[in-house]
Design a binder for this molecule. Structure first.
Ligand SMILES: Cc1cc2nc3c(=O)[nH]c(=O)nc-3n(C[C@H](O)[C@H](O)[C@H](O)COP(=O)(O)OP(=O)(O)OC[C@H]3O[C@@H](n4cnc5c(N)ncnc54)[C@H](O)[C@@H]3O)c2cc1C
Length: 387
């Protein structure tokens, strides 16, 4: 016998908790008229006005969200003490999206769409009930959704139980007085800074001849003080880029988990985690934006075809093993990170590396890439994670 739902609930077909990269990527697709029969709610605590992230991805051909991209690069630079090289990356392009443009673009589309409501608020708890999920906000407002997409991380795994390292970033948007940057070329990774026994690299993303984002990324479980990140950035800008008359316009900071933690294990038919909360952050690199799109495309296909959503299908098992092995090598310091990435870039074309990291290579291509790394050390890492 079906129970009648309590009428005090406001009912939705889909509730999306968290309107960041993942939540809004899904909401954007659901704004399509094919889903106008659904009632959808997006819950997000933030007003999403500012530029809190800069998302880069390599892409082949045209893609969703190209329209709100700030720029595309056709060349990348890799630098380390072992290798300095500029690569053309056609047919790929390296795309930069500023979060503020992305938020405006998606929220604009949603605002013209009657079946999606955005509610400012923070999910305090959610509970599966018959027929759906009860979602309660911090202000005690309660909603009921037949399906709940959880797009925020509420608890990080304990670093003791899994392979885990934080990737922490700090970036400065800088403006120079003179034309300084080449707008079709970005520095993807520059390891020529002091590694301090960790994995540390800089990246430089110009959006005009006078404006660029200069960012430091560190893989380690020791967060620095804001002043320490600033010092690294200042030294890099002044001594590596040799810039003197520059202005800092904006700063960004963030921490993301690089881990083999199984984020998907708590998924049910009604509660599905996506984005960082759903394991979209690639454990070996920290990139997530493209994987978020893979996850959202998969969900949309399931909804259209009336199929059950099983997020494990978005990532092949052998890719999980590669990520674990790579992460283990970085974490245990079997080979210094700058050497690992230098080997990859020295012996493989970036197009092949991109395809591998996008998890679209076949086994033969993967074996070829692996043969360019230190096989002995990677095998040791593989044995370690199998134990
Ligand atoms: C500084 C930085 C730079 C990055 N650069 C790149 C890059 O270049 N390329 C790339 O691929 N990846 C990058 N990443 C990794 C990844 O793409 C981003 O972290 C991305 O934002 C993840 O999307 P998400 O939706 O999972 O999380 P978020 O975008 O962080 O969205 C989560 C949302 O949930 C909301 N929220 C939190 N708690 C609750 C709650 N209780 N109820 C409701 N809502 C809640 C938050 O306000 C937020 O809006 C970067 C990450 C950082 C931090």
């Amino acid at each position: 016998m079906t129970k009648v739902l309590e009428k005090s609930y406001i009912e939705y077909d889909i509730i999306i908790g968290g309107g960041g990269a993942a939540g809004l990527s899904l909401a954007y697709r659901l704004a399509d008229s094919a889903f106008s029969h659904l009632k959808i709610l997006v819950i997000e605590p933030d007003s999403k006005q500012g530029n809190d992230h800069t998302w880069c991805s390599w892409l082949e051909g045209n893609h969703i969200f190209d329209e709100c991209a700030t720029t595309f690069y056709s060349n990348i630079i890799f630098k380390s003490k072992f290798l300095t090289k500029q690569y053309p990356i056609q047919p790929y392009r390296y795309r930069l999206i500023s979060a503020d443009k992305f938020y405006n673009y998606v929220l604009d589309k949603i605002s013209n769409c009657d079946h999606i409501v955005v509610q400012q608020g923070k999910v305090a708890k959610y509970q599966e009930k018959e027929g759906g999920v009860e979602v309660t906000l911090e202000d005690q407002k309660t909603y009921f959704g037949k399906q709940f997409f959880k797009c925020y991380i509420d608890e990080l795994p304990s670093t003791k139980d899994v392979l885990y390292v934080d990737q922490h970033f700090k970036g400065w948007w800088i403006e120079t007085q003179e034309p300084t940057f080449q707008t079709d070329t970005c520095t993807l990774m520059d390891f020529t800074i002091d590694q301090a026994g960790e994995v540390r690299f800089m990246y430089v993303l110009p959006i005009s001849e006078k404006k660029a984002l200069v960012e430091v990324a560190i893989f380690s479980n020791n967060l620095l003080s804001q002043e320490a990140y600033d010092l690294i950035l200042q030294q890099y800008v002044e001594h590596h880029l040799n810039l003197k008359g520059y202005q800092i316009i904006e700063k960004e900071f963030g921490v993301i988990p690089m881990t083999d933690y199984d984020f998907k294990k708590f998924n049910t038919q009604k509660v599905i985690a996506i984005g960082s909360a759903g394991g979209a952050i690639k454990p070996s690199t920290g990139y997530a934006f493209s994987q978020i799109q893979v996850q959202c495309d998969y969900i949309i296909a399931c909804l259209k075809e009336g199929k059950q959503i099983d997020m494990r299908k978005t990532k092949p098992l052998r890719q999980i093993m590669y990520d674990k092995t790579f992460l283990s090598v970085l974490l245990f310091g079997d080979v210094p990170g700058d050497k690992v990435f230098s080997d990859l870039f020295e012996k493989n074309k970036p197009q092949q590396i991109f395809k591998f990291l996008d998890e679209r290579t076949n086994i033969l291509e993967e074996l070829k890439i692996m043969s360019t790394c230190d096989i002995g050390l990677f095998t040791k890492a593989l044995i370690r994670i199998m134990k």
